[in-house]
Design a binder for this molecule. Structure first.
Ligand code: FES
Length: 97
């Protein structure tokens, strides 16, 4: 299983534990935030290009914040999302990487 962050410069393999946001930060990728990962600002949103099924399901709070910010489909709050299935590849990206 690979968790891959797709960027303009080079793709980064993510590893470790915790939320997608934590894994991105651990890999040296910046993640926008103004709520310090509390699930309030939606600035940490990432597009899931592949492997949505391997991720934790959005809870009611995450779903509300995503809807409030107009995010539909394959977008998740990286601070609220965890990889549960370590046998499925996941590819994510943002507009600023
Ligand atoms: S960092 Fe604010 S919602 Fe994720």
């Amino acid at each position: 299983m690979t968790i891959l962050a797709i960027t303009r410069l080079r793709d980064r393999a993510l590893s470790g534990h915790g939320t997608l946001m934590a894994q991105c930060l651990e890999a040296g990728l910046p993640v926008a935030s103004s709520c310090s990962g509390r699930g309030a600002c939606a600035r940490c949103a990432v597009s899931v290009l592949e492997g949505q099924e391997a991720l934790s399901r959005p809870g009611p709070h995450e779903s509300l914040v995503l809807a409030r910010n107009g995010y539909l489909g394959q977008v998740r709050l990286s601070c609220q999302c965890r990889v549960l299935d370590r046998h499925t590849s996941v590819r994510i990206t943002t507009g600023y990487w």
